[in-house]
Design a protein around this ligand. Sequence first.
Ligand code: GRG
Length: 308
Amino acid sequence: MTAIIDLGHYLDERRSEIDAALVAALPRPPLCPANVADAMRYSVTAGGKRLRPILCLASAEAVGGDRRAAMPAACALEFIHTYSLIHDDLPAMDNDTLRRGQPTLHVVAGEGMAILAGDGLLTEAFALMAREPASVDAAVVARKLRVIAIVASGAGAAGMVGGQAIDLASVTHRNGSMPAPLGADDVRDMHARKTGALIRASACAGAVMSGGTDAQVDAIDRAASEFGLAFQIVDDVLDVEGASAELGKTAGKDVAAGKPTYPALYGLERSKQMARACLERATEILSSVSLADSRLVQIGGWIVNRTR
Ligand code: GRG
């Protein structure tokens, strides 16, 4: 019980640090036009669990570093995540009208502005990581470059964008016909890219930026891969069991769209067991580098037990 209360307090504290840093990092006039600044701020400040930046900071702390060094990467990861949600909700993709409990950006600002706000957030993410923390120390510069490469591959065509491309092609062909359903391995690969890659990048970026050893970074990467899978399984379960009001997005959409989900492949109970098994594997991996007592394991528990 204490651990749960402690975790809640920890998450609230990190969330307020992150929220303040995100607002400070958003570009504003006269640097950029007010309309695109407003659109970016609308989606970034609409809420959200801040899972990716929290993971980034928790990894930095787990390896004994100063989490402030990881804050620019943490904000960059939330910018990238927010851009992906804005673009995913567009009529050309999932065509959704509710996100983070608010009307989606294209509903309030139009499709063109939503595309631009997403483009802006993606680009600003890399500008932020390149700029901050400002240092000429060769070790810090080398870590920043490594983090930029990690985030780029998590977000790019080998990662999130690639996963979204598989998802898009799994629903309808361009000629309107239905493609063959994805098998279990394809579903796993799609999710490992679409959701897992940015979660892995988040955890690794924090550990690298704070000077984690290669063994620590490797273990955190493998544990985060389990977290990513658990996150997706739980997301699919919540799509079936959750209510739109609590989720802040439209529940039941995956089933309605005939998407290949874990409950559809394995059933609800087996899916929940699979998510718990991911947490057990992640805990073992983190134990192997003496990180079982870090916040990371508790964050894994939060991912598996979340209700939104
Ligand atoms: C458009 C390139 C591009 C990629 C989109 C993230 C994504 C890829 C699509 C979102 C569709 C979706 C609902 C995926 C399931 C997992 C997921 C990323 C859920 C949303 O993340 P949360 O729950 O959201 O962390 P909050 O709002 O809490 O930050």
